[in-house]
Design a protein around this ligand. Structure first.
Ligand code: ADP
Length: 200
């Protein structure tokens, strides 16, 4: 089967996580944040070590391990009853992060929309990341050097995912707007998708 999916897409600091967490509290949505799944790994898990090695340098974890982690989490959430694939919309945040991952997920996802949270104000994004580093104790956002690397990798490796899905699926949302207004836009667009789709 394929999962009915919307993707939250945007640079580090664009507010994907904030929106994803809110959407995940609404009945009928299931939120998966790939970075959270990595951070939740046990300290003695070999993949946890790989994650620290890459993320502390601002780099992406290799694709194969990432997709396996995704599969394991989705399977676990389905078996413990938190995700009901037949009725829930899957909200993916932070995955796929390059076209190779999109290709690896292709047979499993029915992508209905890609929400591209845009932010042209670099200073604002860097500020958000630095605030979060303090609040959430995130190693990858504590140093400006790593933040810069993360933003570069986003431009070079992640942005091409938008072309992979094509402009028809991409909804651009100004992430400099307040969280409430970003949420309102996303929810409106999702409601319109539902109207276009026959009821299941
Ligand atoms: P942000 O949204 O601020 O970039 P995330 O929490 O999504 O942060 O990701 C933190 C780190 O986790 C990334 O820099 C990367 O090392 C790793 N990571 C998360 N998702 C993926 C993915 N899909 N593929 C590879 N690495 C990932």
């Amino acid at each position: 089967m394929t999962f009915r999916t919307v993707l939250l897409f945007g640079a580090p600091g664009s507010g994907k996580g904030t929106q994803g967490k809110i959407l995940g509290t609404i009945p009928g949505f299931f939120h998966f944040a790939c970075g959270d799944a990595f951070r939740n790994l046990r300290i003695d898990d070999p993949l946890g070590k790989v994650f620290i090695e890459y993320s502390s340098k601002g780099q992406l974890v290799p694709d194969k391990s990432t997709i396996e982690l995704w599969k394991k989490n989705i399977q676990a959430s389905t078996s413990n009853g938190s995700f009901h694939p037949e009725r829930d919309m899957l909200v993916l945040d932070g995955i796929p992060r390059n076209p190779a991952q999109a290709e690896m997920l292709k047979s499993m996802l029915d992508v209905r929309a890609v929400f591209h949270l845009t932010c042209t104000d670099m200073t604002k994004m860097v500020e958000r990341l630095q605030r979060r580093a303090l609040r959430e104790n995130r190693l990858d956002d504590a140093h400006l050097e790593v933040i810069r690397r993360r933003l570069e990798i986003y431009d070079q490796e992640t942005k091409p995912v938008l072309e992979y899905y094509g402009s028809k699926l991409v909804h651009s949302v100004d992430s400099a707007a307040s969280p409430m207004n970003v949420l309102r836009t996303i929810l409106n667009d999702i409601a319109m998708l539902d109207e276009k789709q026959p009821k299941r």
